[in-house]
Design a binder for this molecule. Structure first.
Ligand code: GTP
Ligand code: MG
Length: 173
């Protein structure tokens, strides 16, 4: 077959980071398997899933890594970030404390990985309208100040989940 017909294999490592219970594992479950767990337990150690994506007609494999937000459940930090080209930095729009932690997560990301990791700030649980503690405008402003992409998502009702992952992968690619 000709050179054009050869399927090129792109494998991008993307990491999920953010405080415990912001919904990292459920964003991955929704994206990779279209599933949602109302009573999911804290992640222990590291899990990853490889998801095929079609970007401009090219097949791309996103290897998405998920770990615990809680320090005591986390695996070796440097190994988690090694080789990552994208990151979803997640907070919960209904818990301000998780938004206040973003600076700390950004520091960790920048300590352990390349400065040009494509990063999106994700305000998850947008379905919890009545419990919102972080206005969309604040999320946007922080993202702009830090040079990050921004999106609000809901792993529960699926809104913007695929879009958030796609935004990162498109930008890497
Ligand atoms: P750690 O593994 O401890 O770091 O937590 P995590 O960030 O992986 O959170 P997880 O996905 O386990 O979700 C925590 C809780 O939030 C679970 O009860 C989920 O069902 C719930 N949850 C996750 N995403 C959403 C969402 O978009 N909307 C609502 N309403 N609940 C969500
Ligand atoms: Mg988890």
């Amino acid at each position: 077959y000709s050179e054009e017909e050869k399927t090129e294999d792109y494998l991008f490592k993307i990491v999920l980071i953010g405080d415990s219970a912001v919904g990292k594992s459920n964003l991955l479950a929704r994206f990779a398997r279209d599933e949602f767990y109302p009573n999911s337990k804290s992640t222990i150690g590291v899990e990853f899933q490889t998801q095929k994506m079609d970007i401009n007609g090219k097949e791309i494999k996103a290897q998405i890594w998920d770990t615990a937000g809680q320090e005591r459940f986390r695996a070796v930090t440097s190994a988690y970030y090694r080789g990552a080209v994208g990151a979803l930095l997640v907070y919960d729009i209904s818990r301000r404390q998780t938004f206040d932690s973003i600076g700390r997560w950004l520091n960790e990301l920048h300590t352990h990985s390349d400065m040009n990791v494509v990063t999106i700030l994700v305000g998850n649980k947008s379905d919890l309208k009545d419990a919102r503690e972080v206005p969309t405008s604040e999320g946007k402003a922080l993202a702009e100040a830090q040079g990050l992409f921004f999106m609000e998502t809901s792993a529960l009702d699926s809104s913007n989940v695929v879009a958030a992952f796609q935004m990162v992968v498109k930008e890497i690619y």
